[in-house]
Design a protein around this ligand. Structure first.
Ligand SMILES: [Fe+2]
Length: 143
């Protein structure tokens, strides 16, 4: 008989269309860093109202992971954290709109003195895209 211990993380997905899609959005976000999810549980459902109609759905989801072996990649679960107001925090990656370079805070930009673990917002104002040399304001969050 196999017995499993599960690790649980909580996410909030949102969708303008349906509750199901909000759940799927949360799951697909999680699957970028965590690929061994076994089950989920909807913990909360709410919506925003605009013009007497549903503007979007917000669905809280608990995800259960099998913990045997190396299931959770380093930094995986920690990178997805709830922010006040229930928004799901993104991966923290930013893409250069000019050349497509992706800044990954897990890697930093060691060639230019940026240590791994440096958030995009903490990059110095004079930091430039290592590929094409444009300023930080030419980057958009990947998500
Ligand atoms: Fe660039």
């Amino acid at each position: 008989m196999s017995e499993h211990t599960y690790k649980i993380i909580e996410l909030v997905g949102s969708s303008k269309a349906t509750i199901e899609e909000a759940v799927k959005n949360a799951l697909s976000k999680a699957s970028e860093s965590l690929d061994k999810s076994r089950w989920f549980e909807v913990t909360e459902i709410r919506g925003a109202i605009e013009n007497n109609d549903v503007a979007y759905w917000q669905v809280g989801v608990k995800l259960g992971f099998n913990t045997e072996g190396e299931q959770v990649k380093p930094g995986g679960a920690e990178r997805i954290k709830k922010e006040p107001g229930g928004q799901t925090k993104r991966s923290g990656k930013y893409r250069c709109k000019v050349c497509g370079y992706i800044y990954d805070p897990e890697k930093g930009d060691p060639d230019n003195g940026i240590k791994p673990g440096t958030f995009f917002k903490d990059l110095p104002d004079d930091w430039k895209c290592p590929e094409c040399g444009v300023n930080k304001d030419q980057f958009e969050e990947v998500g």
